[in-house]
Design a protein around this ligand. Structure first.
Ligand SMILES: Cc1cc2nc3c(=O)[nH]c(=O)nc-3n(C[C@H](O)[C@H](O)[C@H](O)COP(=O)(O)OP(=O)(O)OC[C@H]3O[C@@H](n4cnc5c(N)ncnc54)[C@H](O)[C@@H]3O)c2cc1C
Length: 544
């Protein structure tokens, strides 16, 4: 078996000083950041980490990235690329290996190509969801982006490289991109697909190109720095409606998944269906009810029941979008209604008009029914927007669930010591698997004193992406350790049953090798591309 050099990450002061001087000559002294406050921020995530970073480099373009990589190689100091560095719940911008210099690509924020007719945009790593969304709206474009529930300021490339997902029919992000421009660990640059041929007209339109296709090598890996990517955009449909429903009891989730899967498979439902349990929904609406719970955790008993009633929340709460012509949406509505008949409570369809009416009558409705419809609408509106690719800040407040002070106007979970550690297993899209997986989540989190806030997303036709959130207050002594133990046990118990995460937090990288031959192959590819292990050591592909 080939081995990577063991320790490229420990560097002498003189080496780092020399490198800083050389990098400064490339990117400009003001874009080499090494002040203590910025470095302290850079090593702070939403859970305990120990990796320190000696500096942050902020290149302005691809050629500067290439030069930075060449210097890193020559002097032997590892680089860790980030796009916007908001990988909350999985490690934020903290590098996987101690001593790595952060390569912050957020200054590279140009939209370099756009076609309304062919529905794509080519972007650099610093382009955020907010930026592309605004770009399209300013032009009166008929195209939609797909947005995640993370901040509007999150990068499109950073999220896609982690294979993140959103809420529209283009929700599986890595499935909607092509033509990656990648700086390799030796400083050379390649483009994937047809872009490798001079003047290739279909470069931003066709993923496969000719011969072996390489795109996958650069997502969830440490084999290259993506400096450009073409993202396909969704033409706005003639008609959009959303639906939501709830069900109760443990078996509710099972029936719901089995009823929705055929509609996802036959194309009636084309977008991610998002299903959150009561804990998940409550934590998106408000903070922990410390007073009602007398300071005790986890949430349960009468206080929990009261909140469920107040916001009209079921054990499981599903929402999804219907897209197409008016006739297609009407037919989809009929099929959804038929599939869910007798299986769910309160199936409701919503469009712009109904949302306006509900907003107008929310308060009087609450007086008669006791249901706090205004607060429910506060949650519904951003979710409704996400289904149309409208980025939102709103879900980020859930990171402050266990904090004793309200979320500030400018939320920053790293700075505000919000504890957030996510475990995101994938399971087959059947009710039985959803049940097994969520049972494990409930058991382990409650045993460790956390609320099992769980979402299940039907991102694709055949599998479920489940996100189990461990949310806590990092300011409380011992909580980081407790969350970490809980997360480790959760991951272990899920893996025992065959449920593996679609994405890893930086604590877990290195522990998910799988088949020895597969791990060896990855290591050999890494060795071939990055013999000095200079790029993001330990990220997904483990060293020796
Ligand atoms: C409340 C909340 C809701 C969230 N909702 C969602 C959601 O709906 N969907 C979802 O997917 N995530 C979600 N997240 C998780 C996370 O915040 C997002 O995935 C976010 O987009 C990732 O951060 P980023 O875009 O800043 O990427 P970055 O942090 O910049 O990048 C992520 C990782 O990818 C690698 N990388 C970045 N750029 C490059 C590059 N150019 N070349 C090579 N490698 C690179 C780096 O290793 C980096 O650590 C949510 C988080 C919170 C707190």
């Amino acid at each position: 078996m080939s081995q990577l050099p063991l320790q490229e990450t420990r560097t002498t002061d003189s080496a780092i000083d020399r490198a800083l001087l050389e990098w400064a000559a490339v990117v400009g002294r003001e874009h080499v950041i090494d002040n203590a406050a910025a470095l302290a921020e850079a090593r702070t995530a939403t859970f305990a980490t120990s990796q320190a970073t000696p500096a942050i480099l902020r290149p302005a373009d691809r050629s500067q990235v290439q030069e930075c990589v060449r210097i890193a190689n020559r002097i032997g100091i590892p680089l860790y690329p980030i796009s916007s560095g908001k990988n909350w719940g999985y490690g934020s911008r903290v590098p996987t290996a101690d001593g790595s210099v952060l390569l912050d690509l957020s200054r590279m924020n140009r939209i370099v190509d756009f076609s309304e007719d062919l529905a794509y945009a080519t972007v650099e790593p610093g382009v955020s969801q907010r930026q592309l969304y605004a770009f399209l709206r300013e032009r009166g474009s008929r195209l939609w982006i797909d947005a995640t529930g993370a901040s509007p300021d999150c990068s499109l490339i950073g999220n896609t490289m982690e294979r993140g997902f959103g809420h529209t029919p283009y929700g599986d992000h890595f499935a909607q991109v092509c033509g990656l421009e990648v700086v390799l660990p030796d400083g050379q640059c390649i483009e994937t697909g047809f872009a490798r041929y001079a003047g290739a007209k279909a470069a931003p339109l066709n993923r496969w190109g000719l011969g072996p296709t390489l795109d996958g090598l650069f997502s969830q890996s440490n084999l290259g720095i993506v400096t450009r990517m073409t993202i396909w955009l969704m033409p706005a449909p003639e008609c959009f409606q959303s639906f939501c429903c709830r069900c109760d009891g443990e078996g509710g989730i099972s029936e719901l998944i089995d009823a929705l899967r055929p509609l996802r498979l036959d194309g009636t439902l084309r977008s991610t269906i998002h299903i959150g349990n009561d804990y998940k929904v409550i934590s998106a609406i408000r903070q922990y009810p410390w007073d009602e719970m007398g300071g005790e955790t986890p949430l349960g008993g009468p206080a929990w029941a009261k909140l469920r009633k107040q916001f009209n929340i079921g054990s499981w709460n599903a929402s999804g979008g219907l897209y197409g012509t008016r006739a297609q949406v009407a037919e989809a509505r009929r099929l959804v209604r038929r599939a869910l008949a007798g299986k769910v409570d309160k199936l409701q369809f919503l469009d712009d008009r109904m949302l306006r009416i509900a907003t107008r009558f929310a308060r009087p409705y609450g007086w008669f029914t006791g249901w706090d419809l205004s607060r429910t609408l506060e949650l519904l509106r951003p979710v409704y927007g996400l289904m149309q690719g409208v980025p939102t800040e709103h879900p980020l407040s859930s990171a402050y669930w266990r904090k004793r002070t309200p979320p500030p106007e400018r939320m920053d979970p790293d700075r505000d010591a919000c504890g957030l550690l996510w475990c995101s297993p994938i399971a087959p899209a059947t009710g039985e698997h959803a049940l097994q997986l969520t049972r494990i989540g409930y058991r382990v989190l409650l045993e460790h004193g956390f609320e099992p806030a769980i979402s299940i997303s039907m991102v694709s036709e055949r599998s479920l992406a489940c996100v189990i959130s461990i949310t806590y207050d990092r300011d409380l002594p011992g909580e980081d350790e407790r969350a970490s133990r809980c997360h480790d046990e959760l991951k272990r118990r899920l893996a025992e049953k065959g449920y593996y995460p679609y994405r890893l937090d930086i604590r877990s990288m290195g522990a998910m090798d799988g088949q020895p031959a597969y791990a060896d192959l990855l290591r050999n590819i890494k060795l071939a591309l990055d013999p000095t292990n200079v790029l993001a050591p330990g990220r997904y592909i483990t060293g020796a």
